[in-house]
Design a protein around this ligand. Structure first.
Ligand code: VG1
Ligand code: CO
Length: 561
């Protein structure tokens, strides 16, 4: 058994983005790259020493190798116990649940979420703190700073397995096999506890919903539903909850085997990346309810016969109907949404007379509000919704919530629930346009052009809509007072409309420009129009004012959601 200190030079660009450090697999495969980043986390979070760390990932290519390396690093850095998901699997919401239930001091989640996987795909690593949520900006900044000066990492070079000391290469293979079996192992002075990746999660979400009512809904003749795990991490979770616990036919969970390359797909649950499901439910109407989730299981797409639910609307509907679900029967304390998410949930919060919050993009900004009990539900337009049961967004939770609503509203459909919601609160037409892998300088130039125009915009008009405010969104956390600037450009037309532009913080190739459009319609007679047509004046405005097409030569967005 020997503990080694390995000298290294810092790697450039180990800066966590919206959700962890994301790079091409080939970048992570550079000798010392993963080690340097994880060592920087350990150096920045001394509270992990002598405590428990949670470790798991979405099963993508490089997951197992990374886990074997991180275990050896953890053992050399004084971690007392590591809880590892069996076969290296833990969905993001499950990791959050495990951290909270086992009072771990932190967790490392290996995922690049909805980004494609495989040898040419992406890999990622997120650090979560003791509340189960993503490390706040101050922590990720500190980790980044540490990566810039780091000069060594500590690793267990060889280890004693059942009394035999082996060289590190053999031990890595052993580690790889350990994680396939639930059980406890010793690694140096550290305990490795391989856990069922589903158990804690199933216990947490199982306590929230009316399982008997959902079971009756699923058993109802004529109720047809499907869950698409997109060959990503949610398969085992969906099988346990939907099939084993709720009695759904096994065939209703599709693509349920997690694969290292997600079957070659893009595990991003939206109409653009799940076109077959969209066609079957929304266009052909062959199913009553369908859902999908992403690489690491924290996103959800909800589809009903004839309708794809906008994630912003989904948050608002869940908030408005929360008391129908046992776990929220006593009401909600407040709702938060990320800035680009439509203001549909604000309308509900106002009607319910509870607080509402607008935060920067990324789940890390909800943590303080959840911890302080100021909000119960929160969500993002990017197919992310969750509550205070964990500190991450939670794909299956949202699916169960919708099933619970359908069960509690006999005779209603996804579409009729939405239409009733719009009649009561008004409809926020909404869409996001993504321009992907744009040259980084060109993307910055387009944003700069709009930014420079902001001061002169109030008073101008977009068609019939008067611009009332325009700014670069800055946020002051109402709980801890921390400030975040430069979080996206907002052009606001009172309560009527908004246009938002920002750069993605999760991509690994060039830059991705995201344009977001929102238009409020209170007239029920005008709430069932074509979304893109209604938003067209806002779309034209954004394209002209950023000069995006002219600067980049692009003629259309790559993805419209
Ligand atoms: C995107 C989404 C954001 C989400 C983030 C992480 O970030 O817009 O809402 O929180 O992904 O989600 P960006 O910076 O690319 O816009 V996940 O499921 O990729 O961890
Ligand atoms: Co995700």
């Amino acid at each position: 058994m020997s503990l080694r200190e390995v000298a290294i030079a810092p790697f450039e660009g180990q800066k966590p983005g919206t959700s962890g450090l994301r790079k091409k697999v080939t970048v992570f495969q550079q000798p010392g790259y993963l080690e340097a980043f994880v060592q920087a986390v350990f150096d920045t979070a001394p509270e992990l020493q002598g405590g428990t760390l949670v470790l798991g990932g979405d099963g993508r290519f490089f997951n197992r190798e990374a886990i074997a390396t991180i275990l050896r690093l953890a053992a050399a850095n004084g971690i007392d116990r590591v809880l590892v998901g069996q076969r290296g699997i833990l969905s993001t919401p499950a990791a959050s649940a495990v951290i909270r239930r086992h009072r771990a001091r932190g967790g490392l989640v290996l995922s690049a979420s909805h980004n494609p996987g495989g040898p040419d795909g992406d890999f990622g690593i997120k650090y979560n703190i003791a509340n189960g949520g993503p490390a706040p900006e101050a922590v990720t900044e500190a980790i980044f700073k540490r990566t810039q000066t780091i000069g060594r990492y500590r690793i267990l070079d060889a280890m004693d397995v059942k009394g035999v000391t082996m060289p590190s290469s053999v031990s890595e293979r052993m580690l790889d096999q350990w994680i396939d079996q639930v059980g406890e192992y010793r690694l140096g002075g550290m305990t490795v506890q391989v856990i069922d990746p589903v158990e804690d999660y199933a216990a947490v979400v199982g306590a929230l919903f009316d399982f008997d009512a959902i079971r009756r809904l699923i058993a109802r003749p004529g109720f047809r539903f499907r869950f698409d795990a997109m060959h990503a991490v949610t398969g085992p979770y969906a099988r346990r909850l939907l099939v084993d616990m709720l009695g759904a036919p096994a065939t209703s969970v599709i693509n349920a085997e997690p694969k290292e390359d997600f079957g070659g797909g893009h595990p991003d649950p939206n109409p653009a990346h799940a076109p077959e499901l969209y066609q079957a439910v929304v266009v052909d109407g062959t199913l009553d309810f369908a859902a999908a989730s992403d690489g690491d299981g924290d996103r959800n797409m909800i589809l009903g016969k004839g309708i794809a639910v906008s994630p912003s609307d989904s948050l608002a509907v869940l908030a408005a109907n929360a008391t129908l679900v046992p776990g929220y029967a006593r009401g909600i304390s407040g709702v938060a949404r990320s800035m680009p998410t439509s203001r549909a949930s604000d309308a509900v919060a106002a009607a319910l007379k509870v607080e509402s919050f607008e935060t920067p993009t990324g789940w890390k900004f909800f943590g303080t509000l959840l911890d302080a009990g100021r909000i119960t539900l929160c969500g993002e337009e990017s197919y992310g919704t969750s509550s205070d049961h964990v500190r991450e967004k939670d794909g299956l939770w949202a699916v169960l919530f919708w099933l619970n609503l359908l069960a509690a509203k006999p005779g209603e459909t996804v579409l009729s629930i939405l239409q009733a919601h719009w009649r009561r609160f008004g409809r926020h037409y909404y869409s996001r346009h993504d321009y992907e892998a744009v040259d980084a300088k060109q993307a910055a130039a387009a944003l700069d052009r709009l930014r420079a125009a902001l001061p002169g915009l109030p008073g101008e008009k977009i068609g019939a809509l008067a611009i009332t405010a325009a700014d670069d969104f800055a946020y002051r956390d109402p709980v801890d007072g921390s400030e975040s600037r430069g979080q996206g450009l907002r052009v606001i037309c009172g309560e009527q409309a908004r246009v938002i532009a920002r750069l993605s913080g999760t991509g690994t190739e060039g830059a991705t420009v995201r344009l977001y459009f929102e238009l409020f319609e209170s007239d029920p007679a005008r709430q069932n129009d074509d979304v893109q047509s209604r938003l067209q004046p806002l779309i034209d405005f954004a394209e002209v004012r950023t000069g995006l097409r002219e600067i980049t030569g692009r003629t259309a967005p790559d993805v419209i959601t």
